[in-house]
Design a protein around this ligand. Sequence first.
Ligand code: ZN
Ligand code: ZN
Length: 288
Amino acid sequence: MDIKTATHIKFWGVRGSIPTPGSGTVRYGGNTTCVEVRCGADIIILDAGTGLRKLGQSLLNEFKRQPLHLTMLLSHTHWDHIQGLPFFAPIYESRCRMRILGCEGARKSLEEALTGQMKSPYFPVPFSELPSNIEIDELEDFDFALGNVLVSAQRANHPGMAVGYRLFSPAGIIVFFPDTEPRQKGGDPQMIQFCQDADVLILDSQYDHVEYGKHNGWGHGCVDDSVTLALKAGVKRLILFHHDPDHDDRKIDSLRRYARKLVAKAKSKMKVEAASEGMVLKLTGKRV
Ligand SMILES: [Zn+2]
Ligand SMILES: [Zn+2]
């Protein structure tokens, strides 16, 4: 029997733009973008928003005194995707080795964009004084392997340089596109192809269609277009992601309900969830 290693996806930060603590966001969570993917011994961290802080605590608890090898894939260097890095406890541990991959920051190298936020007067500990071993590399090749996971990157339609990732693990396909706007109504062919047959599509669905009408060209998508794209690409499970800072739990509930109605109307069995902090998805390699 072919026993495949399960892949786990855990959501540590699901919010876009800025952290939103408060009573209205308790259920879905207020931390910005951070998702952990585990495939066997490989630990891949998708983005370094403020959700990264709790992931760091969890990793140190789990690994105690053992060496910690991590890979971080960054979609881009906007604040909500990098601000957790200075508060990621493993970077203060010499037993931590981490490789950070991403595209260049707008008008700066990736390294400058990441380490600049740790310079005075923004932060007290300069990057150069960290005891951990961190390597920062700009993506040269948009197709590469991380352990057992094959990764492809694709440019997002978002201000500055931004990408999304497709992770092909032995247990299933994950596509992570936290910040992007559809290039055309009805889904552009390039995106449909990139998301094709994904078991899990984590997709920027920041707006409802009325809000989207007022934010055309801002680099974010709406729930209607997310559902259209996911259906056309034959996705198994769509995860609404990068929640608007002005959306409270009830609004996100209603967006999820609305998305599910669209799916039912299309007579599809695709599952739709709205990402929430702490949510875990397991891929087993079984086609559902
Ligand atoms: Zn963002
Ligand atoms: Zn952005």
